[in-house]
Design a protein around this ligand. Sequence first.
Ligand code: NAD
Ligand code: NAG
Length: 313
Amino acid sequence: MSAGNTMPSSRIAIVGVGQVGAAAGYALILGSVASELLLVDVKVDLRDGQVRDLSDVAYSINSNTRIRGATHHEAGQCDIVVITAGSKSSIGETNIQHTHRNVSIIRSIVTAMTPFRTDTIVLIVSNPVDLLTSIAQELSRLPKFQVFGSGTFLDSVRLRGLVADKAKIAASSVQLSVVGVQGDSQVVAWSTATINGMPIDKFLAPDAFPYADLANECKHRSESIIRAKGATPFGIGSIVSSICSSILVDRGDVRPISHFQPEFGCCFSMPVVLGRKGVARTVEMPLVKDELADIAKSAKRLRDTLERIRRDE
Ligand SMILES: NC(=O)c1ccc[n+]([C@@H]2O[C@H](COP(=O)([O-])OP(=O)(O)OC[C@H]3O[C@@H](n4cnc5c(N)ncnc54)[C@H](O)[C@@H]3O)[C@@H](O)[C@H]2O)c1
Ligand SMILES: *[C@@H]1O[C@H](CO)[C@@H](O)[C@H](O)[C@H]1NC(C)=O
């Protein structure tokens, strides 16, 4: 019997291998998450360049992950498809026009992958993540628990790190979630935050600890990274690898993930149990009134945007 790596056979596709897609691939290879990694991009030269560069990573660590270029259709037959395709805004383009362009990219990708293998899991990373997850879910015709977005998972680990650094404790001793619609209106669920199980405000007194400043810094951190270096590949790349591993290993990790919210008719982040079939179940958070009201307000706005997009098409 071989004593080698016993990683089960599993295939992950990354659609859109720009900065974020490549960093996700890098993290997936280092973590030995999949036995095969399929890269897809409309820019075929870029795709093939990424295949060669990432293959060097696999060679250098004697990895069992094989990397190859693929079509959209092949991607739709994998265990997991990660969508990291996007478009930079062009000069003179309004926000609405850019949203429409982003929506049409997701539409064309999902359409090109359809019909999916019936148990394929689709992870949306492209922004605006909640809107695009809602659209991909409808279009894919897959069960809702198989299509979800990275949502506020990165924001949650980011804020946890900022709080931990400020409080001079380990991030692993801080439990907190950012939930709701990712971006300007995301909500920090402070009422449920704990330090090793103790309510956080018992440990870090609100009059002495800068809760609001840290939440604000968390919210604007992506912008500041993009201003400085043009993209935010590594943080989200690592999150993608973590989500894929939670799924394939079926560990039952509880994570804030953008998924369908029946009460609001759209997708946004709340904690879920991640498993081999996708979202195994959602976790009810005992939020306070203000938090619930903020979430409802931004969910309603997202719902309106979705309806406007449907009407315009
Ligand atoms: N959810 C999050 O927390 C998070 C964090 C960081 C970035 N993002 C998002 O990830 C996306 C990618 O960012 P990036 O910096 O890598 O951009 P990028 O421009 O470097 O890469 C995007 C790639 O998508 C490709 N693409 C476009 N249309 C395609 C299609 N139809 N099929 C296949 N590929 C296609 C492009 O050719 C390009 O290579 C953006 O939407 C960004 O906002 C999300
Ligand atoms: C469109 O997508 C790009 C990245 O792909 C993102 O940076 C931008 O915020 C999105 N724009 C809008 C208006 O949704």
